[in-house]
Write a protein that binds this ligand. Structure first.
Ligand SMILES: Nc1ncnc2c1ncn2[C@@H]1O[C@H](COP(=O)(O)OP(=O)(O)OP(=O)(O)O)[C@@H](O)[C@H]1O
Ligand SMILES: [Mg+2]
Length: 617
């Protein structure tokens, strides 16, 4: 490695005092040109293969230019032989292009380590000696100056120097992990999550996990919520979110949405008043279509029916009928079971929020919301509800609850084109990005295509881990995000190896090229999804019947085991207490009913029991 080791602490300018055996000509350079940000060195190179690779000038290496009391640190971004004529077997004069990164100064006290500063107070003069950087100087370059450090890997330049990030700043100022497919983004994220939990035990993490892969990589810290275990009652949805579900992601009919806006508050009020619609209408102005107070679908349908029956309501009758049909359709759709799955409509907001956001966390502070198998309009609406709840929860806890929302494939929710994507999800996530820090609600973004991500969101991410990127547009986005002085680091973006990343921003001292820690195979995201490459060689047949069954029922690809369900949905409790009682917990047997029982009650047979208490319950 291009690092000089073993100098005595505090030694000011040891670089020239090197082993007489070493060829000074090769490892020393001299400044021949310097502008404000860059310098050119002249040095020599030979062509014999027996050389120590560490003694060669190559791109990506750090050097220091000795100026007496200070040393200017530079990064090699180009090497070349002027004239291109190479004389074999001799030393050839070469040119080395260097970007100036900052300055190292030895500590004031004897024995104190060197200190790095991004600014340059003394520029190198022509003729100044340049040489490989000392290990202690390199450590100083990436030193976090007292900020709480967490090791996530090692430097690409030197395997022996650990890559540290300031975990609190990384989390609280939001971060992004970008890179092409397969470079190790998800693995890096699970590593970061692991470190974050260890460093901040009170942190709660919600991972929006479109490929259902994170639970496998955080088995001891996480609970899984998928379409079969999610319990997010429809009455917690805002009007726009409900419309997204009812209109299946297509543009909503304004007239029908207006009707919903009128009727949902009345239905909420009816629930509050124990079903009496007479009192309701007078008092309904205190509730809006967005207030998270329960209501019954039965009441909503009853109100629609009443309106259809009104003599003067002829003009709005078609819209009312169409709205009624839409509600019934959504209600009957097995994919929306998570919204309508309880036939007892009760105020379960505490329980729902507690389950999803892990309050109390019981040693498992991470929720992996697995979205594989959910229709896109559901994903949109649910992500919007969850992101909104995360922010509000953090806000109303007045900073006591620290929440990190991790968005994998973030360009899906926050596309650069503002006409695409679901506006409320975008707004909810943008709100976390802009204001979340003040309340302890943080955002983590993962994307393969930074060019397709809303640029304002990326600009709110103060720490970026850029992994290999090949698309020019994506590289340009990252280049524009990074401070000028480190711009040439980014020329490595297209050639970086797996696990390698360039980290820049608040969470690191200086732009840092690092390699994430190697993760055990069993902890790689998505491991349990049948990644065994020998499976097909062993002649295992694909179970087509179960695949078709999932297609039909819209079930998650990994039905949770009983044990996992009880973790996710809280333990069974006594059902004698009532909703609203301080110690009330919902009985787990009521959480889920079989499809047939549900279908019987919902389709045709007893439509009037929608959302009502069944007899004898
Ligand atoms: N830190 C690591 N330790 C060990 N193996 C790794 C590491 N990072 C990546 N890998 C290897 O690279 C593979 C792909 O990693 P990963 O799934 O994290 O990529 P990705 O960038 O998330 O891909 P995609 O964009 O397709 O989701 C892993 O299955 C693993 O074999
Ligand atoms: Mg991934």
């Amino acid at each position: 490695m291009f690092v000089e080791r073993g100098n005595r602490p505090g030694e000011a300018t040891s670089q020239e005092r090197r082993d007489a055996q070493q060829s000074d000509l090769r490892i020393l350079g001299h400044v021949v040109r310097c502008d404000g940000a860059r310098a050119v060195l002249s040095s020599y190179a030979g062509d014999d293969d027996t050389d120590d690779p560490a003694e060669r000038w190559t791109v990506g290496r750090m050097i220091s230019i000795n100026l007496g009391s200070t040393r200017t640190v530079g990064l090699v971004y180009g090497v070349g032989k002027p004239g291109h004529d190479w004389r074999r077997g001799e030393l050839n004069a070469i040119e080395v292009e260097v970007e100036l990164v900052g300055e190292v100064q030895d500590g004031a006290q004897p024995g104190a380590g060197p200190v790095f500063d991004r600014g340059i107070t003394r520029y190198p003069h022509v003729g100044a000696h340049a040489h490989r950087i000392r290990a202690r100087d390199l450590e100083a370059v990436y030193d976090l100056a007292g900020r709480r450090a967490v090791t996530i890997g090692h430097l690409s330049q030197d395997d022996d120097i650990s890559a540290n990030i300031a975990i609190e700043d990384t989390l609280s100022r939001h971060f992004a992990v970008v890179g092409s497919t397969g470079v190790g983004k998800s693995t890096a994220v699970s590593l970061l999550m692991r470190k974050a939990i260890a460093a901040c035990p009170d942190l709660r993490i919600l991972i929006l996990d479109p490929h259902s892969e994170f639970a496998a990589s955080l088995p001891e810290h996480s609970v899984r919520i998928d379409s079969s275990t999610l319990d997010l009652p429809f009455w917690m949805f805002h009007l726009e979110e409900l419309a997204e579900v009812l209109f299946r992601g297509r543009e909503a009919v304004a007239e029908e949405v207006d009707l919903l806006r009128d009727l949902v508050p009345v239905a909420r009020q009816m629930y509050r008043n124990g079903g009496s619609s007479a009192v309701t209408r007078r008092g309904s102005d205190t509730l809006t279509a967005d207030t998270p107070v329960p209501y019954r679908i039965a009441d909503l349908l009853k109100l629609i029916d009443e309106r259809i029956g009104l003599l003067d309501g002829k003009a709005e009758r078609p819209a009312l009928k169409s709205l009624r049909a839409r509600i019934e359709q959504a209600f009957a759709d097995p994919r929306y079971r998570f919204m309508f799955n309880s036939h007892l409509i009760e105020d379960t907001i505490h329980q729902t929020i507690g389950n999803i956001f892990r309050v109390p966390h019981g040693g498992r502070p991470v929720t992996c919301f697995e979205m594989a198998g959910l229709p896109s309009e559901v994903v949109n609406a649910v992500c919007s509800v969850l992101a909104r709840l995360a922010f509000e929860l953090a806000q109303w806890s007045e900073g006591r609850l620290k929440l990190l929302v991790m968005c994998e494939e973030a360009h899906r929710y926050m596309p650069a084109d503002s006409r695409q994507g679901f506006a409320p999800t975008r707004e909810a996530l943008a709100r976390i990005a802009k204001e979340g820090r003040k309340y302890g609600c943080f955002l983590g973004i993962v994307t393969q295509r930074p060019g397709e991500l809303d640029p304002t969101i990326l600009s709110q991410c103060s720490t970026v881990f850029a992994m290999r990127l090949s698309n020019e547009q994506d590289k340009a986005i990252i280049r524009s995000a990074i401070a000028d002085s480190s711009a040439s680091t980014l020329s490595f973006l297209s050639s970086m190896g797996q696990r390698e990343a360039i980290a820049f921003g608040e969470g690191v001292a200086t732009t840092m090229r690092l390699k994430f820690e190697k993760q055990d195979r069993s902890l790689l995201p998505g491991q349990q999804k049948g990644d065994d490459p020998t499976a097909c060689l062993n002649g295992c047949e694909v179970d087509l019947a179960s695949i078709v069954n999932r297609l039909r029922n819209g079930m998650a690809s990994h039905p949770a085991s009983q044990a996992e369900q009880s973790i996710a949905m809280a333990a069974p409790v006594d059902k004698t207490s009532q909703p609203g009682d301080p110690d009330y917990r919902r009985a787990s047997s009521l959480l889920r009913r079989s499809v047939t029982e549900e279908a019987e009650q919902r389709y045709g047979l007893k439509p009037s029991t929608f959302g009502m208490k069944p007899h004898g319950a």
